[in-house]
Design a protein around this ligand. Structure first.
Ligand code: ADP
Ligand code: ASP
Ligand code: MG
Length: 405
C-alpha cells in the first residue's frame, strides 16, 4: 500500500465527462488499497477567462483581488471531483489550499510556498478518504488567499508529495509525457523515457509549459522523483529525476519555445556604476521577473551611454513599463522601446557540458532559415536566442530537425 499524489491539469478536468474519467482513475488506485491525494487545476480555460474578466474592468487589477478571483477556479474543480468520486461510492473530501495547510509568502499572483502542515490530510487519509486538494493556491500566515503563478498546480503536487513523503508522484496531463519539443508545434517530437531535473528545469523555464519551472526546482531541491503522463491513456510517461552518467551522451535533450516574453530596451542609458542596479532593483521590488539581460559596450567618451535590453513575462510588460517610466527623471535615459513581438527559442541538454560546436550549429541553422538573432544567453546546459515571433515556429522545427531529427 502506497501514498500516491496525483495531479490532474486543466484539460484533464475540462468538463464533467473528463472529471468522471479522473474519478475512475483515482478509484482504480484507491480500490487497490493505496492512499490517494489528488491535486486538481481549474477546468481548462477558466483561469484565462477570469483574468480576462478582471482586465475588462481595468488593465492592471489589484493583485490581492486577482488571487481571490483566480482561486475560485480550482475551488470549483475540487468540489466537482469529490462529487464525481461520491457518485461511484468512493469517500472523498475536497480541501482548499489553506485547508490543506499550504502556507505561502505574501507575493500575490506568484507566491512561494513557505511550509506545509499536512495534519488534516493525514487525518482524512487515515479515515480512509481520498483527499482532493485545490492546486495553485495557498494562504499567508495572516490568512490572505494567494496563488502560486501560472501552472502552479504542478507545484502544489510536488510540494505535497515532499511534505507527505509520498511513494509516487504522478502529473497527469493531455500529452503522454515530456517530449523533445512541444508535440503540438513539432509533429516529429519524440517522447522521452526520462529526463534530469536540470534539463526539465531549463526546458520549463524557457517555455515548455508541460511543467511549471518552480515545481521542478522544488522537486530537485527535495529529491521528489515524478512521472509526467497522460490522463487519457495508460502509456508509461516520462520520469523526471536526478541526472545519471549516461544522460550526458545526448547533446540536446529538447528544444523549447517561449512566446510569453516581451522585450524592453532603454536607449542611451548613462554608462556609470549603479544604473543597472537601480533599474533591476526597482523591477525586482515590483515582483517583475526579468529573464535575459543584454547591455552593449559604450564607445563614446564624455558622457558614455549604452543601450540596455531585457526580457520580462508578457503579462508583466505593463507593470515593467510603469516602473521604468518612474525611473526616467532620476536616471535620464533616452526613449524606451517595448515589444511583445518576440519569442525565445532554447536548446537544452546536459551533454552540452562535454560537447563543442553546439552554438555554431544553432546559429547556422537559424541563419539558413533567415532568422535574425536579437539576444543570446547561455548556461552550462542551455543556449537561448530571442527571435522574431512570426518566424518562431519555423525556427523551432528547423532547430529540432538539425539536433534531434
Ligand atoms: P495541464 O493543464 O495538464 O497542466 P499544460 O497545458 O500546462 O497541461 O501542459 C501540457 C502542454 O504542454 C501540452 O499540451 C503541450 O502542448 C505543452 N508542451 C510544451 N512543451 C512540451 C514538451 N516538451 N513536452 C510535452 N508537452 C509540451
Ligand atoms: N489554473 C492555473 C493556471 O491556469 C494553475 C494550473 O493550471 O496549474 O495557471
Ligand atoms: Mg500546466
Amino acid at each position: 500500500m502506497a501514498l500516491i499524489v496525483q495531479k490532474y491539469g486543466g484539460t484533464s478536468v475540462a468538463n464533467t465527462g473528463r472529471i468522471k474519467n479522473v474519478a475512475a482513475r483515482v478509484a482504480n488506485y484507491y480500490s487497490k488499497g493505496h492512499k490517494v491525494v489528488v491535486v486538481v487545476s481549474a477546468m481548462s480555460g477558466v483561469t484565462d477567462g477570469l483574468i480576462k474578466l478582471a482586465k475588462e474592468i481595468m488593465p492592471l487589477p489589484n493583485e490581492r483581488e486577482m488571487d481571490v478571483l483566480l482561486a475560485t477556479g480550482e475551488q470549483t474543480a475540487i468540489a466537482l471531483t469529490a462529487i464525481a468520486l461520491h457518485s461511484i461510492d468512493i469517500p472523498a473530501v475536497s480541501l482548499t489550499g489553506a485547508q490543506a495547510g499550504i502556507v505561502t509568502d505574501g507575493v500575490h499572483t506568484k507566491a512561494k510556498i513557505r511550509n506545509i502542515t499536512p495534519k488534516r490530510i493525514h487525518e482524512l487519509l487515515t479515515q480512509g478518504k481520498v483527499v482532493i486538494v485545490a492546486g495553485f493556491q495557498g494562504q499567508t500566515i495572516e490568512g490572505q488567499v494567494t496563488t502560486l503563478g501560472r501552472g502552479g498546480s504542478d507545484l502544489t503536487a510536488i510540494a505535497l508529495a515532499a511534505a507527505l513523503k509520498a511513494e509516487l508522484c504522478q502529473i497527469y496531463t493531455d500529452v503522454d509525457g515530456v517530449y523533445t519539443a512541444d508535440p503540438r508545434i513539432v509533429p516529429g517530437a519524440i517522447k522521452l523515457e526520462e529526463i534530469s531535473y536540470d534539463e526539465m528545469l531549463e526546458l520549463a523555464s524557457s517555455g515548455a509549459k508541460v511543467m511549471q519551472s518552480r515545481s521542478v526546482e522544488f522537486a530537485k531541491k527535495f529529491g521528489v522523483v515524478f512521472e509526467v503522463r497522460s490522463s487519457l491513456n495508460d502509456n508509461p510517461g516520462t520520469i523526471v529525476k536526478e541526472e545519471t552518467k549516461n544522460m550526458e551522451d545526448v547533446v540536446v535533450r529538447g528544444v523549447s519555445l517561449d512566446k510569453n516574453q516581451a522585450k524592453v530596451t532603454l536607449v542611451r542609458v548613462p554608462d556609470k556604476p549603479g544604473i543597472a542596479a537601480r533599474v533591476f532593483k526597482a523591477l525586482g521590488d515590483a515582483a517583475v521577473n526579468v529573464d535575459m539581460i543584454v547591455q552593449n559596450i559604450s564607445h563614446e567618451t564624455g558622457a558614455p551611454a549604452t543601450d540596455l535590453s531585457f526580457t520580462v513575462d508578457k503579462p508583466d510588460l505593463l507593470k515593467a513599463q510603469k516602473v521604468i517610466d518612474a525611473l526616467k527623471p532620476e536616471i535620464g535615459f533616452g526613449k524606451v522601446i517595448a515589444t511583445d513581438n518576440i519569442a525565445k527559442l532554447s536548446i537544452v541538454g546536459v551533454g552540452m557540458k562535454s560537447h563543442t560546436g553546439v552554438a555554431g550549429k544553432l546559429f547556422d541553422t537559424l541563419a539558413r532559415q533567415g532568422v535574425n538573432i536579437e539576444m543570446i544567453s547561455t548556461s552550462e546546459i542551455k543556449i537561448s536566442v530571442v527571435i522574431d515571433l512570426a518566424k518562431a515556429e519555423l525556427a523551432m522545427k528547423a532547430v529540432h530537425a538539425a539536433f534531434i531529427g
